[in-house]
Design a protein around this ligand. Structure first.
Ligand code: SF4
Length: 305
């Protein structure tokens, strides 16, 4: 099959033109052959992963998903391009129907998303993730949504129709200054915590189902000593907190922390990473102070149950 040549990322005639620019991001469109992908590795417990987009505007420095870019130039430019799977909702409907015919007594388990943020800024304009939720909920899936975006609050009305929903809000650090270093384009920590608060306040148990809420501190980035206590205190808003070590090593291409940018930043925070007990110390503090919150590590924390 001929490779797609993206405008701006190839020297010859492109086969995929920029559909629009959104902020600094080049937006392309494509037709997906399939939208539900068999889940493997870290999230193999799910039947499927679901990625409405390819690429991610947040462009976090440690993002392993950059490794799945269509070509090296786009990998290098991670965060500045997004491919919208324009027909995702129709394909999803067909794939869910096929699943239900084959497995009449078993609703699928879906992890959305593994290599993009389903609520990155372009979602506010194109509403693709919302459309996918509308297609999904009649099939009663077990759904986990992984995001760091307050845009998710736009969809509270539909989220409350899911009987088995867990929302994983990524907050890898309690310090804004660290957040701005490692993920400068992402929403502030405060905006993410406010989003969780808004979801909790606005879902009416009499009218819908209350989702489980996790905060995923994955990978664990440094939190400055002066911010630590207040950060941990705020985590009580979640049912579960998940932590995972930050492996900034180029030899592990599919774990967080693989990009050069992240490795350079890690040098800046050597005082944190040089200390071998930092991870365990932080975990112990979570265990001691969040007695009513489930604390999980790595793979264990990413399940629905
Ligand atoms: S939000 Fe998630 S998918 Fe997007 S760049 Fe950051 S880590 Fe990667």
């Amino acid at each position: 099959m001929a490779k797609t040549l993206f405008e701006g990322y190839c020297t010859c005639q492109p086969t995929s033109l920029v559909r629009e620019t959104f902020g600094n991001t080049q937006i392309y469109g494509n037709k997906a052959k399939s939208i539900l992908t068999k889940a493997t590795g870290f999230i193999a417990a799910y039947d499927f992963t679901l990625n409405p987009y390819r690429g991610c505007q947040y462009g976090c420095s440690y993002c392993y998903a950059a490794a799945f870019s269509p070509n090296p130039k786009m990998r290098q430019d991670w965060g500045n391009w997004v491919i919208v799977k324009e027909n995702a909702a129709e394909v999803l409907e067909k794939e869910l129907e096929a699943w239900c015919n084959k497995n009449p007594n078993q609703a699928p388990t879906i992890y959305m998303s593994s290599v993009t943020d389903p609520y990155q800024p372009i979602e506010s304009k194109c509403g693709l993730t919302r459309h996918l939720l509308e297609v999904m909920y009649p099939y009663s899936p077990t759904l986990v949504i992984q995001t760091r975006s307050p845009i998710i609050t736009r969809d509270i009305d539909i989220l409350q129709r899911f009987k088995r929903l867990r929302i994983n809000m990524s907050i890898p650090t309690g310090s804004e200054i660290v957040r701005r270093d490692f993920e400068p384009r992402s929403p502030s920590i405060k905006a993410r915590l406010n989003a969780i608060s808004k979801i909790k306040q606005n879902i009416n148990p009499a009218k819908g189902f209350v989702p489980k809420i996790s905060i995923t501190i994955t990978p664990l980035l440094p939190t400055l000593p002066e911010d630590e206590a207040a950060f941990i205190e705020k985590l009580v808003i979640a049912n579960r907190v998940v932590i995972q070590e930050f492996h900034a090593s180029s030899s592990r291409s599919l774990v967080a922390g693989t990009r050069k940018e992240a490795e350079h930043l890690k040098q800046k925070y050597q005082w944190w990473y040089n200390e071998p007990v930092t991870y365990n110390t932080f975990k112990d503090k979570l265990l001691a102070r969040l007695t009513n919150v489930e604390i999980k590590e790595g793979k264990d924390g990413f399940g629905y149950e």
